[in-house]
Design a binder for this molecule. Sequence first.
Ligand SMILES: O=C(O)CCC(=O)C1=CC=C[C@@H](O)[C@@H]1C(=O)O
Ligand SMILES: [Mg+2]
Length: 326
Amino acid sequence: MDAFLSDVLSGLRVVSLPLATRFRGLTVRETAVFEGPMGWTEFSPFVEYDDDEASRWLAAAYDFGWTAAPPGVRERIMVNATMPAVAAAQVPEILARFSGCRTVKVKVAEPGTTLADDVARVAEVRRMLGAEGRIRIDANGAWNVDEAEHAIRELSVFDLEYVEQPCAHTAELQELEGRIDYLDVPIAVDEGLRKALDPLGAARELPGRVVIVKAAPLGGIRSALAIATASGRPAVVSSALESSIGLSMGLHLAAALPELDYDCGLGTAALLAADVTDDPLLPENGAIEVRRVAPRPALLDAFAADAERTSWWRERITRCHALLQR
Ligand SMILES: O=C(O)CCC(=O)C1=CC=C[C@@H](O)[C@@H]1C(=O)O
Ligand SMILES: [Mg+2]
């Protein structure tokens, strides 16, 4: 084993953080954190991701722990509230966790829910935000073109700033874009970019008017910046539901983007019931300060994953590290 990897593994801490509300089918978020010369960093690809995809997240973790973040042009990042696909009645208690956010991203089209559920949820968010608030929706590619056209028409009465990944495939997005042109709801691409084999190439060719950039899945802050630039479109920085350590990477990316026209999806520490620090990166008055985060050892102990899960992450890192050496 090379010295660098053994250094990473010797300081590695795997935690299992409970969520305050179910998100993306998860009730706990497992993640691995470790310290480099520049500070603490995080490796948190979702457990179902294969090693090829996860290795980009490891490159990002190394980049953030071992190199200085590029200079920022802003010190605070305006963020959106993130509304999981909950029943409309739960909307107020979840919004209450996101202090002062003027923008809400609402998850829609979740398996097991109906368009009527989505309409009720988005209507309740609009009622609570008032006419000035901004609402975007995210379907995570769950609709086919017909379903997307129908759902976006129904939901557009609530005044949407954009719809994130309405369909899974690029060809579908292209067709949908023509069909919903008259509604003037822009399409934002998330998975179409971060799951592409070549995100830099995809960035130039994708349909849609907005790109979602996530630091870890896109290989780190510099790589995500290059991808955002190549897209030639406004970028929204979003989280991958990390602990505050990983969120800090996203905040540094948002700070470094030359233009930032939209609020960013980096308020997701508010969806966690526990974090690795006593001073988590939570929205205050709708914004989060750009800073690095160090964990409190007692919290790493309290939320430590069990021995079996910890060795699963160690093996995963070992395999991903080998892929990065190719
Ligand atoms: O963008 C946000 O408001 C929060 C982040 C977010 O929605 C996501 C985080 C993690 C996994 C993804 O399924 C999801 C997304 O699709 O953007
Ligand atoms: Mg998304």
